[in-house]
Design a protein around this ligand. Structure first.
Ligand code: SAM
Length: 306
């Protein structure tokens, strides 16, 4: 018997493979039809938000493979789940959370975090690619999650109120708009700025004091030619709370490996700075190792929140 996630994927996949037009365009229509109750997967009983997200994620991945675009990169589930867990450790006592993803893509990372937080969440998302933004709308509708979506360059002024938490799988590479980059402290004296540096700066700018930014970054972040600008900026405007190296098994090669960088925006009242958490995430299929890793993370988060 098929699981709910498999049933959802089967429905979405069949409905998106019918015509000559783009799979991802048909997928949006299939989601709309399901949300409106016209058609839908063959499921008896309750469906959870996470089952919907996983089924949709499989269909989006299939659509992305059929029509490859370099910036169509969905955050892998294992990393999304880890960030969701870290988010709930860091925000345990909040009654309501304002959340932002400034490079939200399909919304997979943002929706994973939203689906796992226990308190009410008010979310904003920015994405420059209209097709990805429309996929995000479809997912959010089906999961009955509300996201204010801005389809624009996230490095231009954003009409987003300061947030408690930002999550971002950073777009990596040079930012082509030098003129706009001049508005950022991390614009280097020579050459183009790194988009991933400017995204960190823009995100910190939109955090409340004591708010957290959780970023998926290249592991080589602090070794690049522009790391001087990055170090100066981080020292002046943030407190580095943690750097978690993700397991190598998640990436094709060492050059592509990623880490999770956890930053906090300092408040007016200076607080003693707790130790930076430096850790390597264990192989995620090793249950025992993951349990002890999360216990360590939870202790660290309690210490950090004091
Ligand atoms: N977390 C996303 C998900 O789960 O689908 C994936 C994010 S992907 C690594 C980075 C995203 O940043 C891409 O969707 C890309 O289109 C977007 N992006 C790149 N430059 C941007 C910009 N200047 N403004 C807004 N979005 C941008």
């Amino acid at each position: 018997m098929k699981t709910n996630t498999e049933q959802i994927f089967t429905y979405l996949d069949e409905a998106s493979s019918e015509e000559e037009s783009l799979y991802l365009e048909q997928l949006i229509v299939a989601c709309q039809n399901w949300a409106e109750g016209t058609t839908g997967p063959d499921i008896q009983g309750e469906v959870t938000k996470e089952e919907i997200r996983r089924g949709l994620q499989l269909a989006i991945l299939k659509g992305m493979r059929q029509n490859v675009q370099p910036h169509h990169q969905m955050t892998p589930d294992a990393i999304g789940m880890l960030i969701a867990r870290i988010s709930s450790f860091l925000l345990p006592q909040k009654e309501m959370v304002q959340l932002l993803d400034p490079a939200a893509g399909t919304g997979n990372l943002l929706l994973t975090v939203m689906n796992h937080l226990e308190m009410p969440v008010s979310s904003s998302a920015v994405e420059i690619d209209e097709l990805l933004a429309r996929l995000m709308v479809s997912g959010a509708d089906l999961m009955e999650q509300t996201i204010r979506i801005y389809v624009q360059d996230a490095l231009r002024p954003l009409l987003v109120d300061p947030v408690d938490l930002a999550v971002c799988d950073l777009p990596v590479g040079y930012y082509p708009d030098d003129e706009n980059a001049l508005n950022f402290e991390m614009m280097p004296a020579d050459g183009h700025a790194y988009a991933h540096h400017l995204f960190i700066e823009q995100t910190i700018h939109h955090l409340k004091p004591e708010g957290y930014g959780i970023f998926i970054v290249p592991t080589s972040l602090f070794e690049s030619a522009q790391s001087g600008e990055l170090h100066t900026y981080l020292k002046k405007h943030t407190v580095i709370r943690g750097i978690l190296q993700l397991p190598q098994t998640l990436f094709k090669n060492a050059a592509q490996s990623k880490s999770i960088l956890i930053l906090q925006k300092p408040s007016e009242q200076a607080k003693p700075t707790p130790d930076v958490l430096l850790a390597t995430v264990p192989d995620m299929t090793d249950k025992q190792a993951m349990i002890s890793f999360f216990t360590k993370m939870e202790d660290w988060a309690k210490e950090t929140a004091k």
